[in-house]
Design a protein around this ligand. Structure first.
Ligand code: ZN
Length: 114
């Protein structure tokens, strides 16, 4: 992650629908970063470190090569574990998509490993 994220003042907050795992919770003031413009994740559902997902990969029935390809794609995203903007729910969606891309595991199997 190249940006250190500097929060805008309260006056510049943007009002956006607030969502928690697909459940709409109405509008909420979202601060954003004045440097890169990214919107802060204001839910209590926080991003997990990349290591958490690496640990899950080690428990899946996939080859070392598949593990490396999946890990590389997550790392290449850059902000996969950016706690500022990403929720663990969003991480899970991304993780499932990438694992499915490189393996023949079913979505159900991946979700159960999470
Ligand atoms: Zn930023």
């Amino acid at each position: 992650m190249s940006c250190n994220h500097e929060l805008c003042g309260n006056i510049q907050n943007v009002w956006l629908p607030y969502e928690f795992r697909y459940h709409q919770k109405g509008l909420k003031a979202h601060p954003h970063c004045i440097a890169c413009g990214i919107i802060k994740n204001v839910s209590s559902d926080r991003a997990r470190p990349l290591g958490y997902y690496m640990n899950i990969l080690s428990h899946l029935r996939i080859t070392k090569v598949q593990t490396r390809l999946i890990a590389k794609e997550m790392e290449d995203l850059g902000d996969f574990d950016d706690g500022f903007s990403i929720s663990s729910f969003l991480q899970e969606q991304i993780f499932i998509r990438i694992v499915k891309k490189y393996s023949s595991l079913s979505e159900k199997t991946i979700i159960e490993a999470l």
